[in-house]
Design a binder for this molecule. Structure first.
Ligand code: COA
Length: 187
């Protein structure tokens, strides 16, 4: 089992937020690729897929957090196979992990021919961090996600590893910049 909380810790004068199962916000967005989606090589532009990924992840983050959520970062976007005109693309997204005000959303991209009954193959994947925000755009608390299956549990644990690495990388870069500024570099 993970050590995830089942409620978000209350701040003085505010109520705890009960957890929500992963399955409550899991979403699939499907789209048929057309000529309008191609790059100069004639296959589907990576940016078109990234937009669908961001859309699906945003829907999941909004559903989980019960309100507006913005993309804070997108990492590990992998393109495994080219996507072609006439492919029916399915973008499957779920909340993998929650912090205090942020959520990691995991996305898998699958493609199948729109008019054939062959199985869909995975063509991409990505991890995005969304921050839930209030009406002023300030981060607000999110319900803890409650993994419902062993797979959800594994994804939660892997997301914690990514979170640790993101924070460590950001800290290391900030420290480097401060050191260089202290040494008089103007870059
Ligand atoms: C994301 C945003 C709300 C964070 O605001 P902030 O004042 O830096 O707030 P915080 O530092 O408290 O961060 C809020 C949460 O987001 C997480 N976060 C912030 N920046 C992050 C980043 N680059 N990567 C991963 N997580 C990040 C923090 O870890 C924190 O999570 P936690 O509360 O679960 O620990 C703010 O930077 C923003 O509005 N960015 C623009 C978002 C946007 O417009 N996206 C669409 C692009 S067109």
């Amino acid at each position: 089992m993970t050590d995830q909380a089942t409620t978000t810790a209350a701040e003085p004068g505010t109520p705890e937020i009960p957890g929500k199962p992963t399955s409550a916000s899991r979403t699939t967005l499907s789209h048929i690729m057309t000529q309008a989606d191609t790059n100069l090589l004639g296959t589907v532009h990576g940016g078109v897929i990234m937009k669908l990924v961001d859309d699906a992840a945003g829907a999941v983050a909004g559903r989980h957090s019960g309100g507006p959520a913005v993309t804070a970062s997108m990492d590990e976007m992998a393109f495994l196979e080219p996507v072609r005109v006439g492919d029916l693309v399915h973008v499957k997204a779920q909340v993998n992990w929650t912090g205090r005000t942020s959520m990691e959303v995991g996305v898998r991209v699958l493609a199948e021919r729109w008019n054939e009954s062959t199985p869909a193959t995975q063509v991409g994947s990505a991890y995005l961090v969304f921050a839930a925000v209030d009406a002023d755009g300030k981060p607000r608390r999110v319900p803890p996600v409650l993994p419902g299956t062993e797979r959800d549990e594994r994804r939660y644990q892997e997301a914690q590893i990514r979170r640790t690495h993101r924070l460590a990388r950001r800290r290391a870069i900030m420290e480097l910049r401060e050191r260089r500024a202290a040494e008089g570099f103007d870059d």
